[in-house]
Design a protein around this ligand. Structure first.
Ligand code: MD3
Ligand code: FE
Length: 198
């Protein structure tokens, strides 16, 4: 895993947060539901970009061009994030999806692989904002040993090559570790290529 601690400095975090607030005003956070069971996830989500990742009881995990509640197209990916992609990711095409995860209180994300994209050759880029998240990453088998990282506000992670299919998750959020978000909690933004270019 390529880890860039504090890659986004405080003034840029503030600017990115302002852009994120505009995204959420157009595309409100929604509560994703697990396929089949319909059980809610503890994380709240929205997206920006031509495609967004969604999940619900009936249709499961997928990418689609519109918000599940408003039916509107997702707002565009903020330029700051597109710039960051071009600075830290070596890939021939721009990202198509920016998934926004919001973790409040005891929200977490169990160990999983990201396999809903057609293009596994493209790296995935993540930016953390707000309270520190305890991130766990292993190998391509669920049984592989895992390593923990405390992802702080402004930290950037890039998963490329063999890491792209590593199991990973968020164990917990450390409340009160950042003053970036007045409401507390943690945002994570992940940029992804979904379709194969050309
Ligand atoms: C490792 N999000 O949305 S981001 C997800 O902090 C997700 O919200 C976490 O896992 C979060 O799917 C982790 C860092 C990340 C993103 C994609 C990965 C790590 C990854 C893909 C492969 C391996
Ligand atoms: Fe993931």
């Amino acid at each position: 895993m390529n880890y860039f601690p504090q890659r986004v400095e405080r003034p840029a975090q503030i600017a990115l947060l302002a852009a994120l607030r505009e995204v959420i005003a157009e595309a409100p956070l929604f509560i994703p539901a697990m396929p089949r069971s319909g059980n809610p996830m503890s994380v709240r989500m929205t997206n920006c970009g031509p495609l967004g990742w969604v999940t619900d009881k009936e249709s499961g995990y997928r990418y689609q061009a519109t918000h599940p509640k408003t039916g509107e197209p997702w707002p565009p990916i903020p330029n700051m994030l597109l710039d960051l992609w071009h600075e830290v990711v070596n890939y021939k095409a721009p990202p198509e999806a920016c998934l926004v995860n919001y973790y409040a209180g005891s929200a977490k994300m169990g160990l999983h692989q990201d396999k809903d994209e057609e293009d596994f050759d493209a790296p995935v880029l993540s930016v953390s904002l707000g309270d520190t998240g305890i991130f766990r990453v292993g190998g391509r088998s669920r049984q592989d040993p895992t390593q923990k990282y405390a992802l702080k506000s402004g930290d950037v992670v890039v998963l490329a090559g063999t890491d792209r299919l590593a199991y990973h998750g968020i164990d917990r959020i450390l409340a009160g570790t950042s003053d970036l978000l007045p409401e507390g909690g943690r945002f994570n933004l992940t940029l992804r290529r979904v379709t194969k270019p050309e």
